[in-house]
Write a protein that binds this ligand. Structure first.
Ligand code: SF4
Ligand code: SF4
Length: 308
């Protein structure tokens, strides 16, 4: 199955409320965003559609009048003088006529050069290829993710009740290079360590994919904690902004905002510890466990019963 569809299905599976707001995409997060389209300058050449591998773009044989009437022609004018004349003409006409509720008009059959691009937020992987392909500079990528449009309405699950002995069940993804050693050290030092945490080792925190987080939540985790090497000390990227832990920090911030919107806010976090920081690792786990304890059991109906 297509990876993006799989991820969206996984987000829908753990959502307990309908998202109401678009989510800001951190600068470091690639693959998510919103394509903005300037219909007034589009020559309907379809080059963007041909460049878009996930088929997130299509063309409708309509012109949205509001796009033409609300635009301000820049001082240097449009690249296409024909288009500029059309926009100016429509705007002059508007002074004398009331367009009322007119939203869109059909493009007569056989009239080339006119049409409107339709963009699918669900399919788009924010790869920029359409932007590069467009000769008219009609397209730009905004760092927002249209979550309400993508996820759609969610039916809230019935509330969960847990016995008074409930303890948070936390999945902790640890990087092999540092935080796994820090977890071991915390054990060797006999530091107090919440028993309900399950660690899963990864080669690098940057190797964690969002589907792993969603799967842990869908299968009964009350919270997910990600730990990596100290920032600037990633074994695979050092202090590069493209190092695994820097990249994962941006992603976890993005997913945390999505968690907030879908009703499970506060149940995802990322922190960092070197191999020598057993005490810090124990503190990270304890602090996060306390946060989950305050939030209570996950509202998600687990697909799989967790075996203790
Ligand atoms: S950014 Fe990429 S996936 Fe999104 S519409 Fe453009 S070409 Fe398609
Ligand atoms: S948006 Fe650009 S590439 Fe796409 S049809 Fe319009 S002019 Fe052509």
């Amino acid at each position: 199955m297509d990876k993006r569809i799989q991820l969206l299905d996984a987000i829908r599976a753990i959502a307990v409320k309908t998202p109401m707001n678009d989510v800001e995409v951190p600068e470091s997060v690639v693959g998510f965003g919103t394509i903005e389209y300037k219909a007034q300058t589009c020559s309907a050449c379809k080059k963007c559609i041909l460049a878009c591998e996930p088929a997130a773009l299509d063309m409708e044989d309509t012109l949205n009048m509001h796009d033409y009437l609300r635009v301000t022609v820049p001082q240097e004018g449009f690249r296409s003088k024909n288009r500029e004349v059309l926009v100016t003409l429509l705007q002059n006409l508007k002074q004398d006529h009331d367009y009322g509720d007119v939203q869109a008009i059909s493009v007569p059959e056989g009239l080339p050069g006119y049409g409107s691009i339709v963009w699918s937020a669900e399919q788009c992987i924010a790869c920029d290829k359409c932007i590069e392909a467009c000769p008219e500079d009609c397209l730009t990528l905004q760092k927002t993710y249209k979550l309400p449009e993508i996820i759609g309405p969610i039916e809230a699950p019935p509330p969960r009740t847990e016995g008074k002995d409930w303890e948070p069940f936390i999945v902790c993804f640890v990087c092999w290079e540092c935080s796994h050693a820090a977890a071991d050290l915390a054990g060797l030092m006999h530091l107090h360590y919440p028993a309900s945490i399950r660690t899963i080792r990864l080669p690098c925190s940057g190797a964690l994919e969002p589907i792993h987080i969603m799967t842990a939540m869908a299968n009964g985790a009350d919270g997910v904690l990600v730990t990596g090497c100290l920032l600037s000390e990633c074994h695979y990227g050092g202090d590069s902004p493209k190092a695994g832990n820097f990249m994962q920090e941006g992603f976890v911030k993005f997913w945390s905002d999505i968690f907030e919107e879908i009703g499970i806010g506060g149940r995802l976090n990322i922190d960092f510890a070197s191999a020598a920081m057993g005490i810090k690792f124990a503190e990270i786990v304890e602090t996060f466990t306390e946060q989950i304890r305050k939030l209570g059991p996950t509202p998600i109906q687990a697909k799989t019963e967790v075996q203790e």
